[in-house]
Ligand binder design. Structure first.
Ligand code: ATP
Ligand code: MG
Length: 201
C-alpha cells in the first residue's frame, strides 16, 4: 500500500501525519514493514529521523533513491501540491491523504480543488487537523466537505503542544509522554480506518 500526503497549503501537518501513521503501522499487531519516503527537498522527515535519539520502528529514506521493501510506503511531499501534479499522485498511490486545517480559509482552499478530487472517492481522503477542543469547528468543516461530495476521515487531529515538543526530540508523540500517548489515539483512529479500507479493497 502506498499512502501519499498532499496539500494545497503548507504547514498543515503532512510531515507530522506521515511520521505518526508510520509509527502506528509499524507498531500495531501484526506489525507491518513501513517505509517513510521523504519527497520534500527540505528533507524535513529525514532531518527529523537523523536528529532522533530513538530507534524508530520504520525506515526514513529519500524518495528519489532506491526504496527498501515495504508493506506500507508513506510518501511525504513538499509544502504545496500543484493541482496538475495531483492526478499523478493519485495514479501512483493507493490513498492520497490531504491534511486540511479546520480553519475556514484552509477548508476553502481544499474545497477549491474539489473537481480534481471528486472523481477519486476511494483514493482521496481529507484529514482535518488543528482541531480545537470541542466538536463545533470539526463538524462544520466535515459538513462542508460532505456537501461537496468530498470524503474525510471520521475524527481528526487535535492541535496540541506535545507535537511541537516531541518534534524537538525527534520522537513520535506516543513515546514522548502521557499527553502524547493520548494524542496518538487520534492517529490510531485514522490508521485503523486506512487499514480497514485497504482490507476491503
Ligand atoms: N496536531 C498538531 N498540534 C500542534 N502542532 C502541530 C500538529 N501537527 C503539526 N504540528 C506542528 O505544526 C508545524 C507544521 O507541521 P508539519 O511540518 O507536519 O506540516 P507540513 O504540512 O508538513 O508543513 P510543510 O508544508 O512546510 O511541509 C510543525 O511545527 C509541527 O510540529
Ligand atoms: Mg512537511
Amino acid at each position: 500500500m502506498i499512502i501519499t500526503l498532499a496539500s494545497f497549503k503548507g504547514g498543515v501537518g503532512k510531515t507530522t501525519t506521515a511520521i505518526h501513521l508510520c509509527q502506528y503501522f509499524a507498531t500495531r499487531k501484526p506489525k507491518l514493514k513501513v517505509v517513510l519516503a521523504d519527497g520534500d527537498p527540505n528533507r524535513t522527515a529525514i532531518d527529523w529521523e537523523e536528529s532522533s535519539q530513538f530507534d524508530l520502528p520504520f525506515a526514513v529514506v529519500d524518495a528519489s533513491e532506491d526504496l527498501p521493501k515495504y508493506d506500507v510506503l508513506v510518501v511525504d511531499t513538499p509544502a504545496r501540491t500543484e493541482p496538475d501534479e495531483l492526478a499523478d499522485l493519485i495514479e501512483t498511490s493507493t490513498l492520497v491523504i490531504i491534511p486540511t486545517k479546520v480553519d475556514i480559509f484552509d477548508v476553502r482552499a481544499t474545497l477549491a480543488l474539489g473537481d480534481a478530487l471528486r472523481p477519486y472517492p476511494h483514493k482521496c481522503r481529507i484529514l482535518l487537523t488543528g482541531l480545537p477542543r470541542g466538536k463545533r469547528l470539526y463538524e462544520s468543516a466535515k459538513q462542508l466537505f460532505d456537501e461537496q461530495g468530498l470524503k474525510s476521515f471520521d475524527g481528526g487531529i487535535q492541535q496540541l503542544a506535545v507535537y511541537r515538543d516531541a518534534a524537538y526530540e525527534g520522537v513520535p508523540v506516543g513515546r514522548y509522554n502521557e499527553a502524547g500517548k493520548k494524542a496518538m489515539a487520534d492517529y490510531e483512529k485514522i490508521g485503523a480506518q486506512i487499514l480497514k479500507g485497504w482490507k476491503n479493497g
